[in-house]
Design a protein around this ligand. Sequence first.
Ligand SMILES: [Cu+2]
Length: 174
Amino acid sequence: MTAVTTGTRRFRRTALLGAVVATALGGGAILAACGTDGGTGGGTGQDGAAGGPARLSVADSYIPLPPAGGMAAGYLTVNNDGAQDQLLKVTSPAAGSVTMHRSTASTMEQVDSLDVPAHGALQLARGGNHLMIMGWQKAPALGDELELDLTFAKSGTISVRVPVKELTYRPGQS
Ligand SMILES: [Cu+2]
């Protein structure tokens, strides 16, 4: 199952990411649009090596239940405790097509890759970057776990089993 992080560590990592993103964007507008569910992220720099390998883990993945057999979104966070990497491709044995989309304030566009920053996180979240999944072999149902295979430039392929959740689900709510 997904890693259970202690509350303290999780909070610290989230706070760190927020500070980094806010600095990079010179403001919180885009963060507010794309990262409002306060996902995890941010490396702590524990291993400190600037040129080492990427060290990726996937957290908070879910697929909101799509309308019968229709297009679904996919959300997850790729945490990186190492050097920069790139998400190049996502496939699933359960679906004919998985594409990566980047959202802007008013539109979205398909992209060929998404950056996973060094000691940071790539977040696919409501209102921001996301996956679009279609061509189901079998219509997903609540409680299903669907495999997604994420291919990265440096880290190879990471397979995750992604739960199908209610349409209104958001990770980390309590
Ligand atoms: Cu999209």
